[in-house]
Design a protein around this ligand. Structure first.
Ligand code: AMP
Length: 192
């Protein structure tokens, strides 16, 4: 059986989590958000949580080695999955390379990377609003929000070219009605 493995891509605040939630329902996939796993570990005060927290509080990336190991063990916990929505991973080229090797070792691969395009002004607005609603600490401090967008521009945006080279990249406008954006995403997914 071929899996449907989708990387949902875009800067913080682009709407990855929202669209991931809709995709897993429609296509019966497993949602794997590295940010959610880190936040769960922080709440549970695990060693991983303690380590990740210092980076997340600043809006920096958790080191690749730690993140990759965690991601792989999350995938391994779901051997029956028909596919995954990777949300917030990979965020660096070494993470993309590690994911490719790891999936390859299981006879699987990434089907497609789907990016949500949103302007920086809109992102800052959305994140600060989310900070008020959700209480997420890294959304409440304007300096941390700006750092996360800078980290995305410096380290993460490059990952798009990794999948472009493999003809696996597509993008949609991430501003507008949530369901309209979802419909555009589905049109792309259905082509695969
Ligand atoms: P997110 O919920 O995806 O916005 O992630 C929140 C924070 O978790 C990020 O600002 C990073 O500190 C950390 N994080 C999440 N995913 C990754 C990743 N793939 N690599 C490194 N750090 C990550």
């Amino acid at each position: 059986m071929t899996m449907l493995n989708i990387v949902l891509f875009g800067p913080p605040g682009a709407g990855k989590g929202t669209q991931a939630g809709k995709l897993i329902d429609k296509y019966n996939l497993v949602h794997l958000s590295t940010g959610d796993v880190f936040r769960f570990n922080i709440k549970e005060e695990t060693e991983l949580g303690k380590l990740a927290k210092s980076y997340m509080d600043r809006g920096d990336l958790v080191p690749d080695e730690v993140t990759i190991k965690m991601l792989e063990s999350e995938v391994n916990r779901r051997p029956d999955a028909k596919g995954f929505i990777f949300d917030g991973f990979p965020r660096t080229i070494p993470q993309a390379e590690a994911l490719e090797r790891f999936l390859d070792s299981k006879g699987a691969s990434i089907s497609l990377m789907l990016a949500l395009d949103v302007s920086e002004d809109e992102l800052t607005k959305r994140l600060l609003l989310r900070g008020k609603d959700s209480g997420r600490e890294d959304d409440q401090n304007e300096n941390v929000v700006r750092n996360r967008i800078n980290v995305y521009n410096d380290q993460t945006s490059l990952v798009a070219s990794f999948y472009t080279k493999q003809n696996k990249f597509d993008s949609v406008d991430g501003i507008g009605d949530i369901d309209a954006i979802f419909n555009q995403i589905c049109e792309i997914v259905n082509k695969y």
